[in-house]
Design a protein around this ligand. Structure first.
Ligand code: NAD
Length: 292
């Protein structure tokens, strides 16, 4: 059954997710601080909003897909924000990757006003967003999840309620930990293969057939080998995620030595101006380390 959705944050991921809600028959009203992103969505069957309150006004549900914790807090607590101007359906689903501590605080503040918040971060990258094939991990109240699920179905294929507020982010941080270490592993293998004089495309094909196969080798390997650094999933966003992982681990006394090592590689990449490049640009750290 079609509903109405306010969608806030129309970037690499949000644009595609909002378009899939439109395709599924929902009425979508989009907002982004970049006016051109709003105009682009409006040219594809959605309505335009000038602020979060306007996107929310007639909506059953508001979805946010923003870079980091402070952006979500601005949209929730800001002047034309969702705390003061909630959606008609009093349901907010944040699909960004942000701090689980901040999620729990916003969940409580919204709950006090009778508004439900789910944290429902995603995995699958821009292609997963485009193909409505995201993996979605949701934290929050079960009744709120049940109301959100029909809308989430328009954006993803594997959709799971993983626990109370913040649990979605806790699961997503585990996902990012594995992705980060895995990217590092692929970079190290490619660096060794290159120095050994092995053909890298063939190496990738061979490894994809065996026990070293991985999403990163499959999806990011070609761009790493070709030196194509266009985002995708940006280095600065992954660095944000790795810092969230280390914050969570620090608070819980869990040692994560491999994550700490990978984080320093990302810091190196960003210091060399790679922040806005895609994650495959992590391989450039090896260009610099090996002088190739
Ligand atoms: P992005 O930077 O491309 O998009 C974010 C959008 O939010 C931009 O269009 C920006 O203008 C807008 N924005 C910023 N502040 C705003 C505000 N206050 N109000 C309204 N709009 C605002 O980022 P992305 O790659 O789409 O990622 C979004 C989130 O999803 C991040 O938390 C990221 O970590 C996560 N994520 C990204 C990927 C990926 O592959 N790109 C995959 C999974 C999860």
């Amino acid at each position: 059954e079609a509903g109405s959705v306010g969608f806030i944050g129309l970037g690499t991921m949000g644009r595609e997710m909002a378009l899939n809600l439109v395709r599924a028959g929902h009425r979508v009203r989009g907002y982004d601080v970049r006016a051109e992103a709003v105009a682009d969505l409006a040219a594809h069957g959605a309505a335009a909003a000038a602020n979060p309150a306007e996107a929310a006004r007639d909506a059953d549900i508001v979805v946010t897909m923003l870079p980091d914790t402070p952006h979500v807090e601005t949209v929730v607590y800001g002047e034309a924000g969702l705390l003061r101007a909630p959606p008609r359906g009093r349901l907010v689903v944040d699909m960004s990757t942000i701090s689980p501590v901040a999620v729990r605080r916003m969940h409580a503040d919204l709950r006090a006003e009778g508004i439900d918040l789910l944290d429902a971060p995603v995995s699958g990258g821009p292609a997963g967003a485009r193909n409505a094939a995201l993996t979605i991990m949701a934290g929050g109240d079960a009744a709120a999840f049940a109301r959100a699920e029909p809308f989430l179905r328009a954006m993803g294929t594997t959709i799971t309620h993983v626990g109370a507020a913040g649990a979605g982010q806790a699961v997503k941080l585990c996902n990012q930990l594995i992705c980060g270490i895995n990217i590092q592993a692929v970079c190290e293998a490619l660096a060794l293969a290159r120095a050994s004089g092995v053909d890298l495309d063939q190496l990738r094909q061979v490894l994809l057939g065996g026990s070293a196969a991985s999403w990163m080798l499959d999806k990011l390997g070609p761009a790493m080998i070709a030196g194509d650094v266009a985002a995708g999933f940006r280095i600065d966003l992954m660095l944000k995620d790795l810092r969230l992982v280390l914050e969570q681990a620090g608070a819980l006394d869990v040692p994560l030595p491999a994550t700490a090592l990978v984080t320093s590689q990302y810091i190196e990449a960003r210091a060399h101006g790679e922040g806005r490049n895609g994650n495959q640009a992590l391989f450039r750290v090896y260009d610099r380390m090996t002088g190739r």
